[in-house]
Write a protein that binds this ligand. Structure first.
Ligand code: HAM
Length: 443
């Protein structure tokens, strides 16, 4: 964006806050592409749009996401209002959508209720590539069905969104983290194993053993990865119901020819999950060859989700099973850019409207509106004074035709149509020009 750079002071005094960024005009095409694909697929899969406020009562998150998670302990933007309410900028969209589902009595609607959203989230994280303090999610929440086919549908929808955007060779990792029947026992087994090795793990994991033991399994530190190798796996401790649920979910994925990696260490950073959890990655070049055995722990996920059958009840609603997913738009766009995705070009104007003098300018504004109503894209630069300057812009835009409306034409109620490649000109009545141009552009 040369024109902006040239105006930029050498050393600006103010910057966007750390971990946040401006989304500049030349990036919008990526955002539009992602949002369009999300909206198209949401419509096709029967999800209706919902938008919740960007802040909620803090308790929605502390109860929903869970005390002891990194998000609640370290990453919330919380504040007390002048009225004494404790509010938090939403770090994620699921708990707010659940709050809205309960508040608006959606449980009384015919189920399932399928909702989607697109909007900013806020987490006080250490800023780095793919990790921001304000970032955008698109998310899908599917209420009222406890059936492996819904988990498979959410996974299929997630993959299709990324494929439609242009990704292939995606890597789906899946696990089950059990339910309130089987998980407590697994936690005990896990804590037992780690307590004996407390000295060999990182200080954070030492705290996690007491506060949130499952999280030791996705620690990125090398020494913790070594200890994890022989740690008990939840898959071996699932109750019969959770075991069968996982088996059936995987069978649905097999039927859909969706390949997956069963990752026994995938636990996710939010406490509300039950049974299925999954994440989708775009592998590094060559990563896709390391099938099966290698578990990818360090790369940023593009999307993540899972089942949360207890969350509606936890937020004081009637017990309702649910499953959902969210995608990180910045991460997806960063990959789109690094993969140099071809984006469909936005429509380019084929006509330029040049005007001279006050009368010409006035008439041009009305004419521009007539073209808009007839869905003909017309470019103009009313700020460029001389005809020479305006013709230069028209030629830079590579339009086919330039319409010239001067003082004389405005009085005569005519307009000049100039063919840009030959320079040939024709005068037509101004009230016929829209029709005439539509005819010419059709040729
Ligand atoms: P999450 O895994 O925390 O899940 O976030 C979903 C996605 O958001 C991640 O896969 C990642 O792409 C992106 N993301 C997360 N944190 C950041 C960050 N700091 N900067 C940039 N991108 C980020 C959830 O939030 C759940 N609510 C998903 C869900 C919906 N589960 C059920 N329904």
């Amino acid at each position: 964006m040369r024109f902006i750079k040239s105006l930029r002071p050498k050393k600006p005094k103010y910057f966007a806050p750390s971990g946040t960024r401006d989304i500049l005009p030349n990036e919008q095409k990526y955002w539009e592409r992602v949002e369009q694909v999300v909206k198209d697929l949401a419509k096709y899969y029967g999800f209706q749009r919902i938008e919740t406020p960007i802040f909620e009562e803090t308790e929605i998150f502390s109860r929903g996401i869970g005390i002891g998670t990194d998000i609640i302990e370290k990453q919330m933007y919380s504040f007390r209002t002048k009225g004494g309410h404790y509010l938090t900028l939403r770090p994620e969209g699921t708990a707010p959508v659940v709050r809205a589902y309960i508040e608006h009595g959606m449980v009384a609607l015919s189920q399932p209720v399928k909702l989607f959203y697109i909007g900013p989230m806020f987490r006080y994280e250490r800023p780095q590539a793919g990790r921001y303090r304000q970032f955008y999610h698109f998310g899908f929440e599917y209420f009222g069905e406890m059936n492996p086919v819904t988990d498979a549908e959410i996974i299929q929808l997630s993959l299709k969104i990324l494929e439609e955007i242009g990704f292939n060779n995606l890597r789906l990792e899946i696990n089950s983290i059990g339910c309130s029947d089987c998980r407590p026992y697994f936690k005990k087994v896990l804590v037992n194993y780690y307590r004996k090795r407390e000295k060999e793990i990182c200080p954070d994991c030492r705290k996690r053993i007491t506060k949130n033991p499952l999280r030791v399994l996705d620690c990125k530190q090398n020494k913790c990865a070594r200890i994890r190798k022989n740690a008990p796996q939840i898959i071996d401790h699932l109750c019969e119901e959770c075991h069968n649920y996982l088996k059936e979910t995987l069978e649905f994925l097999d039927d859909l020819k969706i390949s997956y990696f069963l990752n026994p260490y995938l636990v996710r950073g939010l406490d509300y999950y039950t049974k299925t959890v999954f994440e989708i990655f775009f592998p590094e070049p060559g990563q896709e060859e390391k099938k099966g055995t290698e578990i990818q722990l360090s790369k940023n996920a593009l999307m993540g989700g899972g089942r949360y059958d207890n969350l509606v009840k936890l937020l004081r609603g009637r017990s309702t099973p649910a499953v959902g997913v969210a995608g990180g738009i910045e991460r997806i766009i960063e990959e789109m850019k690094s993969q140099k995705f071809d984006l469909p070009k936005s429509e380019q104007p084929k006509v330029f409207l040049a005007q001279i003098g006050d009368l010409g300018k006035k008439r041009s504004l009305a004419l521009l509106e007539e073209f808009r109503r007839s869905k003909v894209l017309v470019a103009q630069r009313f700020d460029r004074g001389s005809l020479k300057n305006q013709l230069k812009v028209a030629s830079d835009l590579r339009v086919k035709y330039c319409l010239i409306l001067g003082q004389k034409e405005a009085i005569d109620k005519t307009i000049i149509i100039r063919k840009m490649d030959t320079g040939s000109q024709k005068i037509v009545k101004i009230d016929k020009v829209v029709k005439e141009m539509k005819k010419k552009l059709k040729k």
